[in-house]
Design a protein around this ligand. Structure first.
Ligand code: GAF
Length: 381
């Protein structure tokens, strides 16, 4: 229990306990930094924070995670500077920096974290860590911040303090998702709709397959894709690739001569269209029909955007061969996880086929679990 962990670390009890989940993205990949559309949902896996305010400016951060060195990270709120250097603690420290930089008075905190979100699996463990810190401080310091604003501040923490040029999807998913729904989000103005997403009642299941190939966005490739998209948008005379309508794709491609940039444009424009199609299908109650759209999205990420890897491709091919309705990588790529849409009755057989294909290929055994659309960030105690 995180309250016990807080007590064991700091010797007193916390003022409250908050949770923020990891996410899976159903469709809409690498569209968020192009002002486009995304459709994530929250996982039951969450980061929990037991928190108490301090008045002396000290910031003490501790995690029960076995993946990081033990010990309390001690910082001072006046000394937080972009660039961090405190490893995992940069994410919560960055949130406090972003809040203070935006003019909110935070006078210190003691925090103990515990998490069930797998790290490095492309399931937004970083966003969960940021958002749980922000919602806790928002409540304790009475800041009155709306959820979309919390997401923006957390994104700023990640972009500026941590130095990873990510979009707004993961923080918004963690802050705004609701149980039983996928979140349709327009990343330009953060307008959103909760789309009912209850696969179980339709005899379906969505498997998450964590390839256990660790991805690392800040290490260059993600930033290169983002820069390429921005360059293409500038060439085409639009603010962002979202402004190229699907019907105008042919014309746009004819105007982009650079063979590196052309496929980036094609991916983003077709992916925005796939988000629209998935929303339409879910709203007409035809969840089975989203399968091929997911698989098409994977091909686009693999061939045009070039952010897949052999293990992610194998999840998709082995899953589809075993009879899955559709499959795709989810998240930033270069490792991490894939999702596989299956008939409930075929779930076990499909998971076994994927694990078997990994063994045959000599890859590390993947972790497979069922994704249940769950609640966004909330106060627990
Ligand atoms: C990562 C980023 F953090 C998101 O902002 C998004 O760009 C995603 O990759 C790709 O869709 O999760």
């Amino acid at each position: 229990m995180s309250e016990d962990g807080f007590r064991a670390t700091y010797g007193t009890g916390p003022e409250g306990v908050w949770a923020a989940p990891g996410r899976v993205n159903l469709i809409g990949e690498h569209t968020d930094y192009n002002d486009g559309f995304v459709m994530p949902f929250a996982l039951p896996h969450a980061t929990v924070a037991a928190v108490a305010r301090r008045a002396d400016g000290r910031l003490r951060l501790h995690t029960g995670s076995p993946d990081v060195p033990a010990g309390v990270v001690e910082l001072h709120v006046d000394e937080l500077e972009p660039g961090g250097g405190a490893g995992w603690a940069d994410y919560p420290a960055g949130v406090i920096w972003a809040l203070r930089d935006a003019g909110y008075e935070i006078t210190g905190a003691d925090v103990h974290f515990e998490s069930t979100v797998p790290t490095g699996a492309g399931l937004s463990s970083s966003a969960a860590l940021e958002v749980v810190t922000a919602v806790a401080l928002n409540d304790l310091y009475g800041l009155g911040l709306e959820r979309w604003r919390i997401a923006r501040l957390c994104q700023r923490a990640e972009n500026v303090y941590v130095g990873a040029p990510t979009g707004i999807m993961d923080q918004t998913a963690s802050a705004c998702c609701t149980e039983g729904h996928a979140l349709w989000l327009d990343t330009r103005d953060l307008s959103q709709r909760q789309i009912p997403f209850d696969l179980a009642s339709q005899g379906l299941r969505l498997l998450v397959v964590d390839t256990r190939v660790t991805h690392a966005h800040s290490e260059g490739e993600y930033g290169k894709r983002r820069a390429g998209c921005e360059q293409a948008a500038a060439l085409l005379g639009v603010d962002a690739l979202r402004d190229i309508p699907y019907e105008g794709l042919g014309d746009a491609l004819a105007r982009v001569e650079d063979p590196e940039l052309r496929p980036l444009v094609r991916h983003v424009v077709t992916e925005d269209r796939r988000v629209e199609r998935v929303v339409e299908l879910l709203e007409t109650g035809d969840a089975r029909a989203i399968g091929p759209v997911l698989t098409e999205g994977h091909a686009s990420l693999r061939d045009d955007f070039k952010v897949s890897c052999p293990e992610l491709d194998l999840v998709v091919s082995a899953g589809v061969e075993a009879g899955a309705l559709g499959a795709r990588m989810t998240g930033g790529g270069f490792g991490g996880s894939a999702i596989v849409l299956v008939e409930e009755s075929a779930a076990e057989k499909t998971a076994e086929a994927i694990v078997g294909a990994f063994a045959t290929a000599g890859h590390r055994e993947p972790r497979v679990f069922t994704a249940v659309p769950s609640a966004g960030a909330r106060r627990l105690v």
